[in-house]
Design a protein around this ligand. Structure first.
Ligand SMILES: Cc1cc2nc3c(=O)[nH]c(=O)nc-3n(C[C@H](O)[C@H](O)[C@H](O)COP(=O)(O)OP(=O)(O)OC[C@H]3O[C@@H](n4cnc5c(N)ncnc54)[C@H](O)[C@@H]3O)c2cc1C
Length: 366
């Protein structure tokens, strides 16, 4: 039996543990946190990710705890529709996009990993070129070492040296709340240098997210800042903000990773945010981690040479990360004339062209 050491018990690490254990591998997941749990936020999963989850045998359960994404679109800050996403056409052509709570996905993935395979409270401090993993209480190695330890990965150093994530220029807030009245259409509103979006979760709660151009590291007073920025935007944004609990608001600056020269070195492989942390504009970061997991397990199981994984995953994830980054740049424009041009272009692009353009991202099969 082959053995894999997986550093990081997030979405990518747990998915890899499932994929490898289904192939008969012995697994050890080393997770720094004391418990496997997710911060309170929603997560959209696109049909490509659902195909990966089906390959892991958990697609049905994930769908049963998720909500089909409803009618979506982009509005301007006065609520005028700029672009409508044809969700029915996306579903017919590529499959169903869904929305769920991040904690539910992690719980489903965790339950599908053998109980004894996950060791929490273990912080990995380094990985040597020969694959020896050092952590706070000792050393361990395996036939495969997986760096699934997120954007600030320590495993990445063993694969391609120090490569620092780059600030995208904006910060993001997220909050899950229970609205007091029905919220109507779901979608996103683009202003000048700031955006607000919301999406229904399956249990009647609503996931809201917002962004604003700010210098890296700017601390804000959370909900008060959101109310100042978005409190006079169109309905139902003020009502959503009124229903939010200040203690539930999360804020994270958005960073992305420059393209890496490789995702593999010897028997060490990177996946998920450790390999290609991207901006959230396409909602594809976790989706790509799930794809990575399925492909890495197949390559590691069939082939001694991990470069096949690198060849298969690096071009695709680079393409998606670059596209997501470009959308963020345009969406965060703040100069009034540029925003006017952007909004006019958005109004003119037919919904069918948008659906077609998603093909290269959503058409993936394992
Ligand atoms: C605002 C925002 C919204 C997003 N929305 C979406 C969305 O709708 N859809 C989507 O697909 N993606 C979305 N994403 C992206 C998604 O969250 C990430 O791409 C995904 O969580 C990456 O998973 P991962 O397992 O690679 O990394 P992580 O989730 O970062 O997990 C890494 C794990 O490794 C552990 N770890 C780190 N260092 C060590 C160490 N030294 N030793 C041991 N353990 C360690 C961490 O504790 C963590 O548990 C969003 C991201 C943001 C910021």
């Amino acid at each position: 039996m082959s053995k894999a050491v997986i550093v990081g018990g997030g979405i990518g690490g747990l998915a890899t543990a499932i994929a490898l254990s289904r192939r008969g591998w012995d697994i050890e997941v080393l997770e720094r946190a004391a418990r496997i749990e997710a911060l309170g936020a929603g997560l959209s999963l696109w049909p490509n990710a659902l195909r990966a989850l089906d390959a892991l045998g958990v697609g049905g359960e994930v769908r049963s705890r998720a909500r089909e994404e409803g009618s979506a679109g982009i509005r301007d800050d006065r609520g005028r529709l700029l672009s409508r996403t044809d969700v029915a056409a996306i579903r017919d052509r590529y499959g169903l996009p869904i929305m769920l709570h991040r904690a539910d996905l992690l719980e489903i993935l965790r339950a599908a990993v053998p109980e004894t395979a996950v060791r929490t409270g273990i912080s990995v401090t380094g990985v040597a070129a020969d694959g020896v993993v050092t952590h706070a209480t000792g050393e361990v190695t395996g036939d495969l070492i997986v760096g699934a330890d997120g954007i600030h990965s320590v495993v990445r150093r063993a694969v391609c040296g120090d490569i620092a994530p780059k600030y995208a220029g904006y910060t993001a807030w997220r909050v899950v709340l229970a609205p007091t009245e029905p919220m109507g259409d779901l979608g996103e509103t683009w202003g000048r240098g700031e955006r607000f979006g919301f999406a229904a979760l399956p249990d009647g709660r609503v996931y809201c997210f917002a962004t604003a151009n700010l210098p890296a590291g700017t601390e804000t007073d959370g909900l008060a800042e959101l109310r100042r920025r978005f409190g006079d935007w169109h309905d139902p944004i003020p009502a959503l903000l009124a229903a939010a609990d200040p203690a539930a608001v999360l804020q994270h600056d958005i960073y992305e990773l420059p393209p890496l020269p490789t995702y593999v070195s010897g028997r060490i492989a990177l996946l998920g945010d450790a390999a290609h942390a991207m901006t959230p504009n396409l909602g594809q970061g976790a989706c790509q981690a799930l794809e990575d997991a399925v492909i890495l397990a197949r390559v590691a199981d069939e082939d001694v040479d991990l470069t096949r994984y690198d060849r298969e995953r690096r071009p695709r994830t680079r393409m998606i990360a670059a596209r997501s980054g470009r959308i963020g740049v345009v969406a965060q424009w703040s100069w009034r004339p540029a925003v006017a041009v952007r909004n006019t272009v958005l109004r003119l692009v037919p919904a069918s062209a948008q659906v077609g353009a998603l093909g290269t991202v959503l058409d993936w099969t394992c």
